[in-house]
Design a binder for this molecule. Structure first.
Ligand SMILES: *Cc1c(COP(=O)(O)O)cnc(C)c1O
Length: 491
């Protein structure tokens, strides 16, 4: 019979290491691999898909007995080269941030604390509060605003729009449901899909989010917006939310935010801004003036993991009126404000401002990132990326076989390769083939999108590792690959 009170007795089920010195070596070895990976970011191929051999290796049954540390760590290491490629300087697809080595440090520390930041009185809660203060100051929001660190702009949008919905419907709908009120919202035809998805999830229906046409610069057309609002009113709908975009995914355009703010004030509408990557431009001397009006939003959703380079995942929702925000998510009755002492203090808790109770200490890496690098340097990187986009646009404009299809305002440039004698449909296929070949050959990773019905090569630069020479390399590669791609397509 075991003596369970013997101080030397080891639990048969603990998950702590038997030998801490061995564990220390093991952890250091993985840190070395991680640092090596980030150090060599520019030397690797941009994208190296997971080889068949490794896909097969993943497909074994979960054994009853664990495989142990060394087998597991080897398996982890084998995955390191096979990311999407966004740590590479020539990753130009979609909108991804490049991440930093410094973030490893904060993430290791956060993992060691294993904090649950849903509530209670501990360091994570106070760090997130201070981070919210910083964000509030950056965007010149009032003291009475509130914020929450979330996984990304999609979640931030959901929280913001639920708050807008509940504020519009008077909060009883949290119990009763949306019933027959016909709340509708407006966003531009170029807006991100997460906005319609949020309308769907909060029960208004994605059809209740009207798509307003854009002007020639891909910005929301205010006159069209006004007339759509009027016609909805005359048909018995309740216009209540306007979503402006600061940096659209297709062309990087910024909607006329100050005009939208004026309109929303005049007509008593909730003004939400999707600033997923573009809101970060507030730190850039070049982009900040273009964002005028963002400080008047009722809510703002944006990401730290895009143009601000924090490692995935980290976004933020900022809401002008903390009371409305809390009323939309809190289940704590007003008379129960929480205790002031003990572990259950530090009210209000983050759980009262979003759908998640258990949530990790994401705020640490964001707070540490802003503290280490500062606003100036992060803003300068954004300006630098804009200059690279200018350079790319200029080179395209001077190139006989390249054609630009949209203005450049922030981080994105849309263009296509062209050759006389090819139809628009042929050019669509050819440009898509060029993009796929660039990705498959590991040279660069732009993506494609449709502009005015035509397929274009879309280059987005939100990457602190990109150099001007990487842009030259991209254009050289396009010139080289285009004839091969055309030949492969029998053009
Ligand atoms: C990326 C993006 C989103 C979605 O953000 P996630 O962080 O991926 O959830 C929304 N809107 C715009 C404009 C974006 O660029």
């Amino acid at each position: 019979m075991q003596d369970y009170h013997d101080a030397t007795h080891r639990s048969p089920v603990t998950l702590d290491p038997e030998n801490w010195d061995e564990f220390r070596d093991r952890a250091h070895a993985m840190v070395d691999k991680a640092v090596d990976k980030m150090m060599a970011a520019q030397e690797e191929r941009v994208w190296s898909p997971l080889p068949e051999r490794l896909k097969t290796a993943l497909q074994h049954d979960l054994a009853n007995a664990g495989s142990g540390a060394s087998v597991t760590d080897e398996a982890i290491e084998s995955l390191l080269p096979h990311g999407v490629g966004n740590t590479h300087p020539r990753f130009f697809g979609w909108v991804h941030g490049a991440g930093t080595p410094a973030n490893l440090v904060a993430d290791i520390a956060a993992a060691s604390m294993n904090a649950n930041a849903g509530g209670r009185d501990h360091a994570a809660i106070h760090v997130e509060r201070q981070l919210s203060n910083w964000v509030r100051e950056i965007f010149r929001f009032p003291q009475s605003s509130s914020g929450l660190v979330v996984s990304g702009t999609s979640m931030a949008t959901l929280i913001a729009l639920k708050t807008a919905r509940d504020a519009g419907l008077g909060f009883e709908n949290r119990v009763r449901g949306v019933d027959e009120r016909k709340l509708v919202g407006y966003t531009s035809a170029e807006a991100h899909a997460c906005n319609a998805r949020a309308f769907d999830i909060i029960g208004l229906g994605s059809g209740a989010l009207r798509r307003v046409p854009c002007d020639a610069d891909f910005r929301m057309d205010i006159a069209a917006l006004k007339s759509m609002i009027e016609s909805d009113r005359s048909e018995g709908f309740e216009p209540s939310i306007v979503i402006g975009t600061a940096g659209t995914v297709n062309t990087g355009a910024i909607d006329p935010l100050a005009d939208l703010a004026d309109l929303c004030t005049q007509q008593d509408l909730w003004f939400h801004v999707d600033g997923a990557f573009g809101a970060a431009g507030i730190l850039s001397e070049r982009l900040a003036p273009r964002l005028a009006g963002i400080e008047r939003a009722d809510s703002l959703a944006f990401d730290f993991h895009k143009w601000l380079q924090v490692n995935y995942d980290a976004g933020f929702v900022l809401i002008r009126n903390a009371d409305l925000h809390r009323q939309a998510f809190s289940d704590r009755p007003d008379y129960l404000s929480g205790v002031e002492r003990g572990l259950a203090a530090a009210n209000p808790w983050p759980v009262e401002f979003g759908p998640e109770l258990s949530r990790g200490f994401r705020a640490l890496k964001v707070w540490a990132h802003l503290m280490e690098f500062g606003k100036e340097r992060l803003g300068a990187l954004i300006t630098y990326n804009c200059e690279q986009v200018d350079y790319l646009a200029n080179r395209i404009d001077q190139h006989v076989s390249l054609e630009r299809l949209a203005p450049t305002e922030t981080s994105i440039c849309c263009f296509r390769y062209r050759r006389d004698g090819l139809s628009d449909d042929d050019l669509d296929s050819l440009n898509q083939e060029i993009v796929i070949r660039l990705q498959e050959e590991g040279i660069a990773a732009p993506s494609w999108t449709m502009i005015k019905g035509r397929l274009v090569i879309r280059v987005n630069i939100t990457n602190h590792r990109t150099r001007f020479s990487d842009i030259d390399r991209l254009l050289d590669a396009i010139e080289e690959i285009a004839p091969e791609a055309a030949a492969a397509l029998d053009m």
